[in-house]
Design a protein around this ligand. Structure first.
Ligand code: SF4
Length: 274
């Protein structure tokens, strides 16, 4: 038997999984591999944070980081290109759950299947330990319950932040204590789960891509208005917002009306230029 099972940390380059790695490394707990599955459509600030945290990992000399770049997944170079090419939206917009299974979980599992320590561990009847950075806040409670249904017999899933009872605020504080900048919430920059204030923080190029994505998908949408599905009127403390992010971009002047009009008008032909 192996002395201990190999340990992989799934790193989303966001607040939770970053805090999880910092805490475990500084407690001296083993992490043999940090895996980051790049959808090719992460936020600009997320890409900026990756080299910062890599330097922290290098300084602590404890973990290996595998810069998994899954953009080569044929025939698309990113999740965003996949959506634009097919004139559709991420499956989450249609209420079909997260597209992260295809773009995050499956590529990591595929990589792990050829990783020598994992192969050895499985050959000896063991399970690879996978560290998942879900915290104790209500959104992650739901993700956790969902994830539990995807148990894979090759893995023992461990949720260190839940063991610690940490919320997102605890994770932010932990990153700050390590002297690091706090990264944005990790997600594709067009994720349907994005809140309005996250849209406010997007770059102009990201906003333009969202307008193009919704415009290309629009002729095929029957039951939803766009990435945000349906308008939220704002009862019960909810933040009001339209069902598509393009309308929000217009309402809040995040792009000029003429630019939005031009992107929408060019949308059927815009893919070649994109
Ligand atoms: S962040 Fe959102 S759009 Fe991106 S893979 Fe996850 S669920 Fe899909």
């Amino acid at each position: 038997m192996v002395e201990r099972a190999p340990v992989i940390a799934a790193w989303g380059a966001g607040v939770d999984s970053t805090a999880m790695i910092i805490e475990l490394v500084e407690r001296g707990e083993p992490i043999d591999m940090v895996l980051f599955a790049d959808t090719g459509s992460e936020k600009t600030d997320t890409y900026a944070f990756i080299p910062v945290f890599r330097r922290w990992m290098d300084r602590h000399d404890v973990v290996r980081y595998e810069p998994r770049n899954f953009k080569h997944w044929p025939p698309y170079d990113s999740l965003g290109t996949n959506m634009l090419t097919n004139a559709t939206l991420p499956s989450k917009a249609f209420g079909r759950g997260s597209c992260s299974l295809k773009w995050k979980v499956a590529p990591q599992d595929k990589w792990t299947a050829q990783w020598a320590p994992a192969i050895r561990c499985w050959g000896e009847g063991g399970r690879v330990v996978k560290l998942i950075g879900y915290d104790c806040s209500s959104a992650d409670q739901r993700r956790y319950a969902h994830a539990e249904g995807y148990a894979d017999p090759r893995y023992d899933y461990r949720y260190p932040l839940r063991e610690l009872g940490w919320t997102r605020a605890d994770c932010i504080a932990r990153i700050e204590r390590a002297g690091l900048p706090v990264p944005p919430k990790s997600s594709c920059f067009f994720c349907p789960a994005m809140r309005p204030h996250e849209a406010d923080a997007l770059s102009k190029d990201e906003l333009r891509t969202i307008v193009l994505m919704e415009a290309r998908a629009k002729p095929r949408l029957r039951t939803i208005d766009g990435l945000w599905r349906k308008p939220v009127v704002g009862r019960g403390g909810a933040t009001p917002r339209p069902g598509n992010i393009t309308a929000y971009i217009r309402q809040h002047g995040l792009l000029s009306p003429s630019e939005v009009d031009r992107i929408v008008a060019d949308a059927p032909l815009a893919l070649v230029a994109f």
